[in-house]
Every structure is written in structure tokens, then in C-alpha cells.
Design a protein around this ligand. Structure first.
Ligand code: S3P
Length: 189
């Protein structure tokens, strides 16, 4: 009689618990990935990592300088390398830069190894938030509202592929975190 490895069989078909994988926040600039990500990590007792900060540490200069000195493509290459490393770090809450999910290799990697959460917000909310600071290279040359509108049109169909979508509106970030945790409780990756 052939031995059947029931233990392995059940493991292969059982859904993965989200608690064993990174939680990756995606969304446009100004959607609150870093602020909300920090609060989410504190609420569930996980480490928070900001991909843009990791890129700056790896490069030894700011994102604005990477764009200005080396150009966007070098930034995207660095972003890919940093994301590949971070996907191997177990359960962390990771805030990605708005363009990371647009790189097919990064998107596939996150889909395979993590739980993705899209922080969706309306244009007026995003424009108001990004207007408060002036460090984002993609918004330096042109009207912020039209650039954000174009990026929304390009990126929202891709962001919609995330495992979970959470609205990040005008209300307090605490409410967004509460909704995220409630949604995660019902979620099996
Ligand atoms: C970018 C978003 C930025 C940063 C870079 C490019 C993008 O991150 O990664 O300026 O392509 O949308 P935030 O979304 O955290 O602002």
C-alpha cells in the first residue's frame, strides 16, 4: 500500500495565514502608506519598514537626489533590489513608494510572498496631502493636480489587483487602521 502524506497534502491546500507574510501597503503618493503603515504596525506589534527610506539608506542620498543625479530608471532598479530583499524579511508592515507596484517583477513578488493592501483615496484628498510638502520628484515639473490625475488613471487599474482595498479618505488615520485590522481578521491569504 502506498503511504499518503496527509500532513503535506493538507498543508499544500490550506490557505496561508496573513500573519506569516509581510503586509505591503500600496497606493498613490499622499494615500498615507507611511503614516498609516506605522500605526498599523504599532497596533499589531510588527516592525514597520518604509521602502523609500531603505532606498535612501542603500543609495546614501535622498530620493530627490537619486532622481536628479541618476534619473528615474536607476531609482526603479534600486527600488526593485530593495523590495526583493524586504520580501524575505518575514512579517513586517511595509510601505512602498507609489510606483513600486507598477513594476511587474515587484508586483509578482508581492503577490507571491505577501498580503497587499491598497490605500485608495480620491483625487482631492491626495492633491491636498501632496501639496503640503515639496520633496516628491514626480511632482516637481508641472501642475500637481494634473500629474496626480494622470497617475490615478494609469495606476488605479493595477492597484485594484491588491488582495485588500481600504479607503483612505479625509477622516482620521486611526479609523483606517481599525478598518484594516477588521478586514484582516476575516482574511486568509
Ligand atoms: C513615487 C512615489 C514616491 C517615491 C518616488 C516615486 C511614484 O513614494 O517612491 O518619488 O512613482 O509614485 P511615495 O508614494 O511614498 O510618495
Amino acid at each position: 500500500m502506498t503511504d499518503i502524506d496527509t500532513d503535506n497534502a493538507s498543508r499544500a491546500t490550506a490557505p496561508t495565514n496573513w500573519q506569516s507574510r509581510p503586509l505591503v501597503l500600496i497606493g498613490l503618493m499622499g494615500s498615507g502608506k507611511s503614516t498609516i503603515g506605522r500605526r498599523l504596525a504599532a497596533a499589531i506589534g510588527w516592525r514597520f519598514v518604509d521602502a523609500d527610506e531603505e532606498i535612501e539608506m542603500a543609495a546614501g542620498c535622498s530620493i530627490a537626489d537619486i532622481f536628479a543625479i541618476y534619473g528615474e530608471q536607476i531609482f526603479r532598479d534600486l527600488e526593485e533590489r530593495v523590495l526583493i530583499r524586504l520580501m524575505g524579511e518575514g512579517p513586517i508592515v511595509l510601505a512602498t513608494g507609489g510606483g513600486a507596484w507598477m513594476q511587474p517583477k515587484i508586483r509578482d513578488l508581492i503577490k507571491a510572498r505577501a498580503t497587499s493592501l491598497w490605500l485608495r483615496a480620491e483625487l482631492d484628498v491626495l492633491v491636498e496631502r501632496v501639496g503640503k510638502r515639496d520633496h516628491r520628484p514626480l511632482l516637481k515639473n508641472g501642475d500637481k493636480q494634473s500629474i496626480m490625475q494622470r497617475l490615478m488613471e494609469e495606476r488605479y487599474p493595477f492597484y485594484a489587483e491588491a488582495d485588500i482595498t481600504i479607503d483612505s479618505g479625509k477622516g482620521p488615520h486611526e479609523r483606517v487602521v481599525e478598518r484594516m485590522i477588521a478586514t484582516l481578521k476575516d482574511y486568509q491569504a
